[in-house]
Design a protein around this ligand. Structure first.
Ligand code: KIV
Ligand code: ZN
Length: 533
């Protein structure tokens, strides 16, 4: 029986608060955002924070996609304490075996296998008949179950799948041993009522549906990802897949911070709980934005720079009388502290260490030493050093720990009398080189000097500058996106000198590109079923 009822079914109209599992896919779907690639160390850092903040399942990567992805999933599996670590696999033996091997060191692990079930994906992407797809569902879940009893199966493009076929596939996946059934809105096409109806229909029609956890995985192409995810929970889904800052393919995924804060703020009509401590949200957002070099839009819900800013006189007046006039949640509840004037050049190692701790950083000895030296340099140039400065400085340093190309120095001749000229020194694989180049402006001259010192064919796709704090002595934070043979990477650099920040950002992007080049998968591995959605 197919139902068009758009209300949550009886069984899922829980009176009590129900626990919704938070499945974070920042390191897999999020990392698939163009330009949002992260290094191994950065991924480990993000995973550790997700674990600490109470995420239930961390999808750490797609192990067959590249050696780098495999290594990341494997290393993350070793350090995660509480969360389940999950590896993604297409419906193929090689994928599943590789995912199983990658998550092996984890205390708790999951294999997540998927295949497209919609007519358009089966015909054009997979070039498979529905019966072949059906057989692949059974075979892939059965294979994954040989490794673990925690298996998630996803019907890619589930919301555009023919309903009878979707029911057959879900039933087969459950019979083969899947414990979580994910119904992705891969192309961000569905609407809340429609998604509720789809999940209700599956739970009513599919034998064994009561024994598994249904999951949502909603993309944001029409700006509905969070609304659809919450609708899914209203319809009985007890796992929501999401990412920090809503990172993800195209317009992104449901944003973790929005899902969690909607549940916390509207508990009157969303009777659920999550295991996430919301006070970690700001820190996680900043870390992911920094390591993925993917800036958060200013007016982004919960984590945007303006999310708790009140500009108009009327609003400010209301806020002064009672914060509840314009604030439905407090900045403190998401871990946002008032920006404070921290230190100057007289601040010592101890005070700097305390500040780092307060900002949520735990640095090893070398990283601490490096950050402290950079702080001292900054304090020499800038009278007031704010929290934002420290964050930019430390994040900039984090991205540099395992790089092959190092920035040493830059001298620039700029101004209206051209030609602009840049003399740059870099260390490449331990060898120091210096080159002077001219260009169409000082940035162009500096980038030309980089190209002369380290030849490459990557093209510059994006160059963006923003000031970390107010004032003419503010640090400039520069993002640079490079593209080479279809691979995009983004680098970030911060400095009180915009040109130095620009070179740091370019060099950081180049270093990421080198890591990507080294860790590309053999061609056979990316053929056949294409990439994940
Ligand atoms: O969007 C999607 O369908 C996916 C699947 C691999 C779960 O990312
Ligand atoms: Zn996806």
């Amino acid at each position: 029986m197919t139902t068009t009822d758009t209300q949550p079914n009886d069984q899922t109209k829980a009176e009590e608060k129900d626990r919704v599992l938070i499945f974070d896919t920042t390191l897999r779907d999020g990392e698939q955002s163009p330009g949002a690639s992260m290094t191994l160390n950065e991924k480990i850092k993000v995973a550790a924070l997700l674990d600490e903040m109470g995420v239930d399942i961390i999808e750490a990567g797609f192990p067959i996609a590249s050696n780098g992805d495999f290594e990341a999933v494997s290393e993350i599996s070793k350090i995660v304490e509480n969360a389940v670590v999950c590896g993604l696999a297409r419906a193929s033996n090689k994928d599943i075996d590789r995912a199983a091997e990658a998550v092996k060191p984890a205390k708790q692990s999951r294999i997540h296998t998927f295949i497209s079930t919609s007519p358009v994906h089966m015909k054009y992407k997979l070039q498979m008949e529905p019966e072949q797809v059906f057989d692949a569902v059974v075979a892939s879940v059965t294979r994954a179950r040989n490794y673990t009893d925690n298996v998630e199966w996803s019907a890619e493009d589930g919301t555009r799948t023919e309903q009878d076929f979707l029911c057959r596939c879900v039933e087969a996946a459950i019979k083969a041993g899947a414990t979580t059934i994910n119904i992705p809105d891969t192309v961000g096409y569905t609407m809340p009522d429609e998604y509720i109806a789809l999940l209700n229909m599956l739970q009513e029609r599919v034998p064994g549906a009561d024994d598994v956890i249904f999951s949502t995985h909603c993309h944001n192409d029409l700006g509905m990802a969070v609304a659809n995810s919450l609708a899914g929970a209203m319809a009985g889904a007890r796992q929501i897949e999401c990412t920090i800052n809503g990172l993800g393919e195209r317009a992104g995924n449901a944003a973790l911070e929005e899902v969690v804060m909607a549940i916390n703020t509207r508990s009157d009509i969303l009777p659920f709980t999550t295991g996430v401590n919301p006070e970690y949200i700001t820190r996680a957002s900043k870390l992911v934005a920094a390591v993925a070099a993917f800036p958060v839009q200013y007016n982004k819900a919960i984590v945007g720079k303006n999310a708790f800013a009140h500009e108009s006189g009327i609003h400010q007046d209301g806020m002064l009388k009672n914060t509840e006039t314009y604030e439905i949640m407090t900045p403190e509840s998401v871990g946002l502290k008032e920006s404070s004037l921290v230190m100057g050049k007289h601040s010592g190692r101890h005070a700097f260490g305390n500040k780092l701790e307060e900002l949520g950083y735990e640095l090893g000895d070398n990283a601490f030493q490096d950050a402290f030296q950079r702080f001292k340099d900054l304090a020499d140039k800038k009278k007031h050093v704010y929290d934002e400065d420290i964050i930019a400085l430390v994040d900039d340093g984090l991205a540099k720990s395992d790089e092959r190309i190092k920035f040493l120095s830059l001298r620039v001749i700029a101004g209206s009398e051209g030609p602009q000229e840049a003399t740059l020194s870099l260390e490449v694989d331990g060898e120091v080189g210096t080159h002077t180049a001219t260009g169409d402006g000082p940035v162009d001259a500096s980038f030309n000097a980089i190209k002369a010192l380290f030849e490459h064919s990557a093209t510059l796709e994006l160059y963006q500058v923003h000031a970390v704090t107010a004032g003419t002595d503010a640090q400039a934070e520069v993002s640079v996106r490079l593209e080479e043979h279809g691979k995009t990477v983004t680098g970030r650099g911060a400095d009180t000198d915009t040109l130095v920040a620009s070179v740091r950002a370019y060099v950081s992007a180049l270093n990421k590109l080198l890591v990507k080049r080294e860790k590309t998968a053999p061609a056979t591995l990316v053929a056949s079923q294409g990439q994940a959605g």
